[in-house]
Ligand binder design. Structure first.
Ligand SMILES: [Zn+2]
Length: 354
């Protein structure tokens, strides 16, 4: 009951915040910005797996050492989300660690190292795959073992299928298939682990509006693969995570991400990632919830450059100056905060259709 009242108060705080376009930096900083955390995303932890989705055991341990050197707090993902949503304080510089796909190699050194440090983590699994290839994926008895040591087992869909398709909005059969994949996985987690924390990682980080609406109805929290942190004004059906594998394993850039803050924007108002050919390049518009204190820089990987327009009422509109390539893409915006080395960060995923 207290939790419910807290949540209602928090929603009220959020609504009041959104009503005022010219909130002072100090008021929003205290109420919203400090209560945030970042999430790291890993896949393989091994020497012999695809470089783009891997870190070695040594690199992973270096990352944990870095987290310790930065004096960060490693938090349980579901607990941290509850705190952010209820307004209960979370220590500054909090980070949650996640692994996608449940590969067996994370049990070689990564999970034991986390357990040794007493740090929690979350592993997103595909029940249909782990029973098919028990030598490649952690099995249910293995997952049960780790679940007793602060490792949360969570939902990545039954078979790691694609969940986004053109016109899915009007395709009942397609929607049923995706819903089944998610609910079957929830049931398998409850059956084998004993409970579920109701966390879903989108396969390939891909999502669209109907799916987000359905997940919201189911009270499931969902995660993408775009950059950024989690705060009270986040969209809890499209939470960002910083990939930390491959080229993103670099400790210097990882430090910037670990120390990043969430650019204060109402994330539930950001557009669907799906972009049709006649809407390419897509336009992203958002309203900053406080007066801009520093230069806002927006960029995109690869060749395209951004055009940024400042509109009235603290609103910004950004757009690439040429069409984006087919497939997954992202716009990123950063702004220096008052603290040295700490940047506000916003990332928008795009999925460019054929
Ligand atoms: Zn995956």
């Amino acid at each position: 009951m207290i939790k419910l009242i807290q949540r209602r108060c928090w929603i009220l705080v959020g609504l009041i915040a959104l009503q005022f376009s010219k909130l002072s930096y100090a008021s929003i900083e205290a109420k919203l910005l400090d209560n945030s955390f970042v999430i790291l995303q890993y896949h393989h932890v091994a020497n012999d797996t695809p470089a783009v989705t891997s870190v070695t055991d040594e690199q992973f341990i270096q990352h944990l050492d870095l987290i310790e050197q930065l004096d960060m707090n490693v938090v349980d993902l579901a607990d941290a989300i509850d705190k952010v949503r209820s307004g209960e304080p979370l220590p500054d510089k909090s980070v949650a660690i996640t692994f996608d796909d449940g590969y067996k190699n994370i049990a070689n050194q990564a999970l034991p190292e986390l357990v040794k440090r007493g740090w929690p983590a979350t592993v997103f699994v595909n029940p249909g795959l782990l029973t098919q290839s028990p030598s490649y994926y952690l099995t249910w008895p293995e997952l049960k073992h780790w679940s007793k040591q602060k490792i949360t087992i969570a939902n990545h869909g039954w078979l790691h299928d694609y969940w986004v398709r053109e016109n899915a909005q009007n395709n009942h059969q397609w929607q049923q298939k995706i819903k089944q994949s998610i609910t079957d996985t929830e049931q398998a987690i409850i059956q084998h682990i004993g409970y579920s924390r109701k966390l879903v990682a989108y396969p390939y980080g891909e999502y669209d509006t109907w799916l987000q609406n359905w997940l919201r109805e189911q009270k499931l929290i969902a995660f993408g693969q775009q950059s950024g942190g989690v705060a009270g004004f986040s969209d809890f059906t499209a939470l960002p995570r910083f990939p930390a594998s491959g080229i993103y394993a670099n400790e210097k850039t990882l430090t910037t991400k670990l120390l990043s803050r969430v650019l204060p924007v109402d994330y539930t108002q950001l557009p669907s990632p799906i972009v049709s050919t006649d809407n390419n390049p897509p336009s992203l518009s958002f309203k900053l919830l406080f007066d801009k204190t520093n230069q806002l820089n927006c960029f995109i990987g690869g060749k395209a450059e951004m055009v940024m327009e400042k509109l009235a009422d603290n609103r910004f509109q950004i757009k690439a100056n040429q069409s984006l390539d087919k497939g997954r893409s992202r716009y990123n915006c950063t702004m220096q905060s008052k603290e040295a080395g700490r940047f506000y960060w916003l990332s928008q995923s795009w999925l460019i259709e054929d």
